[in-house]
Design a protein around this ligand. Sequence first.
Ligand SMILES: Cc1ncc(COP(=O)(O)O)c(C=O)c1O
Length: 317
Amino acid sequence: MPLQTTTHIWHNGHLIPWEKATTHVMSHVIHYGSSIFEGIRCYTQGETAGIFRLPEHMRRFQDSAKIYRMPIAFSLEELQKAVVDVVEANSVAPCYIRPFAFRGYGEIGVNPLKAPMEIYVANFPWGNFIHVDGGADVCISSWNRLAPNTMPSLAKAGANYMNSQLIRMEADINGYVEGIALDRNGYLSEGSGENLFLVRNGTLYTSPLANSVLNGITRDSILILARELGIPVVEQALPREMIYICDEAFFSGTAAEVTHLRSVDRIMVGDGTMGTVTRKLHDAFFDIVNGRVEDRYSWLTPVKVGKHDAVGEMVNA
Ligand SMILES: Cc1ncc(COP(=O)(O)O)c(C=O)c1O
């Protein structure tokens, strides 16, 4: 997908022009993958705009940094303000927000501790990640998700996405929109960039954090909404074949939002349409983010922006 530019990017405490946000090719991150990041959506609600679960995203950002011993010289409040500042400076909504931090320029060698930290927040207009009409046709990947105690799944680190890229490329080449990876023990884990939910006999199932999944903020939101709606929720290790015999399945994630699965390995999920439990959760989620109901969990941080479909230039268009 071509990148859409905006005008400002936040860098280490200041807004700088988009084109000045560059780094040297000898930066530590380029050689050793030493980066962490977040992906956040800013939704519009009629005339207003709100960033979805900003504190939770920036808390996960801090968690990722902590796991990788990356010093972040900004508090949770300052990081949230950085996001609000850049969204308001670029004045574009709805948009996708990308906070990221990496080990920069000045040291070479695997030990990263003396490399300087660079922290950025960018945002840009972005549409649906998984383009599907009538549900996603997905496969089980031949690649496993990150094994425990190898690459930490609870850190949203750039390097984890080399595994995601293998899953995604394989799916794409074989004619699927996405791949679902198993964990090292053969249990269902997650998609290359989404958490996975199944429904059978009215009960909602999802893999626990121990099955090498990212602790998705959308996943958490779905679990909150399910409990509110009285839908029984089970977090347990799920055998692969559970996805072939479930009544409904869907992905959750910042990019995928709530995307129902039509088929897995060409086996139809239910009758292929969005099932009733998925529909309830899908609608409850979009009712909040699109402002059709009160934001009863205070999930939206208000921002002052004009509304534009596009600003700046498309790169690689
Ligand atoms: C590997 C992976 N799993 C799950 C998710 C869903 O997480 P969230 O709902 O916080 O976007 C993402 C997206 O960030 C992801 O990259």
